[in-house]
Design a protein around this ligand. Structure first.
Ligand SMILES: [Zn+2]
Ligand SMILES: [Zn+2]
Length: 614
């Protein structure tokens, strides 16, 4: 009889020991049941062990699928660093299986000529295992990516191009497919199961050699991954918001340093953490001589005459406009004029947003929806007034002002599928849309050719959030949006803000590289990248229970001299979907000590977010 430790997928359980009459390969996917239960669970054989002193039950079934040594190693790192079980860490991976090899060898020739500066950038990244391509919008980083991919394919290895979810633009997809043909496959969460199976089959057989896709594409079965490119590396969507709360970008840096895989991170506005730890090449030259006029508007968040006139001037010349707002819906807050109470979701401590098109109020956290009340639900008599303009309201107002122009909305409410995304982007680039109103979705690396005016509204609400990262978030977003205007020639950017000094300094006087250097100085002795910060949230339907759990842990944690408690109490959004949430933020420059504290938190109420973005 053989004895094995197995990790049960998708469970927080520690490894369990099972027996087997046949000898099994480490990494094999098997099926087991927990004692006295019949339900079969997927599990991975992780270690052979001596016969234990207790009685074991047998592994029920074996499969043809397996996880290789590298997957097991990286999953083990994930479970230690992001504080989860090995079973939870392994469940992010798609396992290997044996399949027939594809032997046809296609010719690869990307036919790309790099400019002198692009060539310098390419030589730089080629000489490093992990590097940052700090490249201004329009400086041609895609050509460098393609060249690097071609180089890796010539060595008979595989390549991965990671992009934030929904940011693989149709233009980029066409471009890659044109160069690499059937060797490339596109991977994201909206692809259907059957199609995913075909991609895995082709990746394993060698027919597909390049994957371009979102976060989960890192966890496919690669036999010989020689290159990972993380495009738009500053994007927060590389951080998972459910367990394991890993940051795929940081994980790629780890992989690049540990294994024989080259890693290139690319962005026009790199994250401070990457800028600090990864050698970079600054590519500034742009292909199109572009002249940019930036003006500021110290007004409230509204569509006033200055903004409308500017838009009018532009569309009358048959040029295109993008309008950015951070908020969806018509209005974010509904407040009673008499008693001053806001209408909140009954299950979350957030205000309900007004969606005129559905004639309803909706919670953006739990999707609770209700009819619009005639009078205030608190005082029963007051009338309700709406505040904080959202995309839907601006879209409707612009539609009624510019009746002979085409206005479209570009946010999560209107773009729900990849097909819808492609359709709107195509129409916009074919000049069939004059004004595009959208949220952060506008900034995600899409290429708009004919935009000459970008209007940025409500950027201050990002600057006013509570996080050590707000300046970085707001400025990087602003630069990304501003970069969409004037890709060919003249472009104008109109920014509504009460913080002109801050933005003006880094948009006009100096640039993002100066900002990163200044911001680094501000964070010394306080924040990442000099310290690690972890956020622990205790949540429960019963607020008292959650509070009690927090208090108990605070008592234990405050005696630990190796870590600092930066703050604790109710979360900014106290209640989400009826769960009451308390948090504690922990800081340390000793990673081992911090992790050992985090692993000692065994409360079932706790969720741990290492390297939190909050
Ligand atoms: Zn009222
Ligand atoms: Zn809610």
């Amino acid at each position: 009889m053989f004895y094995y430790e197995v990790s049960i997928l998708n469970t927080p359980l520690d490894n369990l020991t099972y027996q087997s009459e046949e000898q099994l390969k480490i990494g094999l996917l098997v099926e087991v049941s927990l004692q006295r239960r019949n339900k079969l669970l997927n599990a991975v054989v992780v270690k052979e062990v001596e016969k234990p002193s207790f009685k074991c039950i047998s592994i029920v079934n074996t499969t043809e699928k397996y996880y290789d040594e590298k997957m097991l190693e990286i999953a083990s790192f994930i479970s230690k660093y992001y504080v989860c079980s090995l079973g939870e860490a392994l469940s992010v991976y798609t396992p290997f299986y044996n399949t027939e090899k594809h032997t046809l060898k296609e010719e690869i020739n990307c036919n790309i000529e790099l400019s002198v500066n692009q060539q310098k950038a390419y030589d730089f990244i080629d000489s490093k295992k992990v590097s940052l391509l700090f490249a201004n919008t329009g400086s041609g980083k895609t050509e460098i990516y393609i060249k690097a991919i071609e180089n890796i394919l010539l060595q008979n290895k595989q390549a991965l191009l990671l992009l934030p979810e929904i940011s693989l633009s149709p233009q980029m997809e066409q471009r890659l497919t044109k160069v690499f043909g059937e060797s490339i496959a596109i991977w994201h969460s909206k692809i259907q199961k059957k199609k995913k199976e075909t991609i895995i089959e082709n990746l394993l057989s060698g027919k597909v050699k390049i994957i371009a896709g979102a976060r989960s594409a890192l966890f496919l079965p690669y036999k010989d991954l020689g290159l990972i490119i993380v495009d738009e590396e500053h994007d927060d969507s590389y951080k998972a918001d459910s367990k394991p709360r890993l940051n795929v970008k940081d994980l790629c840096i780890y992989i690049g340093n540990k294994y024989d895989t080259q890693v290139i991170l690319g962005s026009a506005t790199p994250s401070l953490s990457t800028f600090h730890k990864v050698p970079y090449f600054r590519l500034k030259e742009t292909f199109f001589k572009s002249e940019k006029k930036i003006s500021f508007l110290d007004s409230n968040l509204e569509l006033n005459d200055t903004i409308i006139n500017k838009i009018k001037e532009t569309v009358e010349k048959n040029q295109q406009v993008i309008v950015f707002l951070p908020t969806r819906a018509n209005f974010k807050y509904q407040i009673c004029k008499e008693c001053g109470e806001a209408i909140e979701c009954p299950f979350c401590s957030v205000s309900l947003s007004l969606h005129k098109s559905h004639n309803a109020l909706q919670c953006h956290y739990c999707n609770y929806t209700q009819a619009i009340p005639k009078n205030c639900p608190s005082c029963k008599t007051g009338t309700i007034e709406s505040y904080r303009l959202g995309t839907a309201e601006v879209y409707e107002q612009l539609q009624s002002i510019f009746q002979n122009k085409v206005v479209e909305k570009f946010d999560r409410d209107s773009i729900r599928t990849n097909t819808a995304l492609k359709k709107v982007l195509k129409q916009f680039n074919d000049n069939k849309i004059d004004i595009l109103v959208g949220t952060q979705m506008l900034s995600k690396g899409h290429d708009y050719h004919n935009v000459t005016l970008a209007v940025v509204l409500g950027i201050d609400s990002i600057l006013n959030m509570t996080s050590y990262k707000v300046r970085e978030k707001a400025l990087s977003l602003l630069i990304q949006i501003a970069g969409r205007s004037g890709r060919k020639g003249f472009g104008e950017v109109l920014i509504q803000t009460k913080n002109e000094d801050f933005f003006h300094n880094y948009l006009d006087v100096s640039d993002y590289e100066d900002f990163l250097k200044d911001e680094l100085k501000q964070r010394v002795d306080l924040y990442p990248p000099y310290f690690r910060i972890a956020r622990v949230i205790f949540s429960h339907k019963n607020a008292n229970l959650a509070k009690k759990e927090l208090d108990e842990y605070i008592n234990i944690l405050k005696n630990n001299v190796e870590i600092q408690i930066i703050g604790f109490g109710e979360c900014n959004i106290f209640k989400i979907a009826n769960n009451h949430r308390y948090e504690v933020l922990l800081r340390s420059n000793n990673i081992t000590k911090l992790l050992s504290v985090l692993h000692s938190i065994k409360s079932p109420l706790a969720s741990i977010d290492m390297d939190t973005l909050f």
